[in-house]
Design a protein around this ligand. Sequence first.
Ligand code: GDP
Ligand code: GDP
Length: 447
Amino acid sequence: MTEQYDDHGTQSTVRVPILAVVGRPNVGKSTLVNRIIGRREAVVEDVPGVTRDRVSYDATWNGRAFTVVDTGGWDPDAQGMAERIRAQAEVAVTLADAVLFVVDATVGITDADEAVVKVLRKSGRPVVLAANKVDDQRAEAEAFGLWNLGLGEPYPVSALHGRGSGDLLDAVLAALPETPEESFEEIGGPRRVAIIGRPNVGKSSLLNKLAGEERAVVDDASGTTVDPVDELVELGGRTWRFIDTAGIRKRVKTASGHEYYASLRTTTAIERAEVALLVIDGSQSISEQDLRIIQTVRDSGRALVIAFNKWDLVDEERRYYLEREYERELVQVQWAPRINFTARTGWHIDRIVPALDAALAGWETRVSTGTLNAFLGRLVAEHPHPVRGGKQPRILFGTQAQSAPPTFILFTSGKLDAGYERYIERRLREEFGFVGTPIVLQVRPRE
Ligand code: GDP
Ligand code: GDP
């Protein structure tokens, strides 16, 4: 199994839009960022490297939250001034939903500004043009010259005194996309669980125990198909939706293609679920098939709980071997809550709901951009990336683009070692928990 994760089209959740601030040095980007966030952000910690690399801030205007990224703090290794700010602009457009392009109105348009405009145009990102250092009425005329950039209306502003900043921020909000506020939770409705596992591990027995007398079969396919059939079950005072229980209850055992359909069914159930409850027969060895199912859960980015059934058959010796097997085979999913239970008697059945809750909470965890970057600064200070080919890749900026599953985008000055990516994931888990959920790391080296 590999530690690399790919992009995948999991449902987006609440995401705060990102505004990148670009422009030549000394045009007033930092001053403007401070104006936008409405205060001087306290320096997070006195760790060398943290302050300098701190480039992103959480901001709100008119009740809308967004993240501001000050590209001025970056030091791309590109040659020459024009090349440098062009490179910054390129990074900005990859990560941001909108760009705030700052020009010094008292200086007018320079070649470097023209180079930035080219990058911005090509990206198709919405751009707001700030004509800075317009400290008074008289200076306003200087802003008009900036129409020549072809980016539309220049907003005259004085980052230093605050003049015009309200209008500028209104324009920024208009340029930022409305955030798609759809998380599973907000869509509402019962949590969706897929009970999965090999045949005969006890899925059906578990479902029977969980559902007890409360069972309600829901055929929600608007009459067109019989399958899939979900069941709504009351557990811990809440309603849960168990996905495709027909596949569990009906012993579909046609000779040909049985395996294929079973795995297709498992995959579909996982896709429809938020959390997978993987049942493993504790009295048997962990099999290839178990590992394949685990891989499917990881690939589809769902939360995972691993439940070892038939604990009544597990003696001292078997327990010893199971522990070894677990460490050997399931290292990739050590983050998954683990329960031992006996479906036959109902022993430890009550531990399933808390485990599902923990996994769902980890799956939906959100880390703010500010907190994440402060953490990344500490992480790098403690353990910098090894030098490779005379260069040391640096993490420039990170953001959690999505939750469910937590998906992080790291902008770096070079490719990271696989081992270093694993280190980042491990430290993310130590710091923020992420129990029961895969973590997706997308590294975007700027080369
Ligand atoms: P950055 O390099 O683009 O981040 O620019 P800074 O924010 O560090 O500002 C560069 C210089 O311009 C500083 O001396 C600021 O005080 C000054 N400055 C920034 N905004 C304004 C403004 O609106 N009016 C005037 N007069 N000076 C400004
Ligand atoms: P499924 O194919 O995964 O749905 O598995 P079933 O629920 O049909 O169970 C398969 C077999 O395992 C049946 O004979 C069950 O009686 C047995 N079984 C299920 N749970 C337990 C358990 O906790 N302990 C023991 N000893 N047997 C169990």
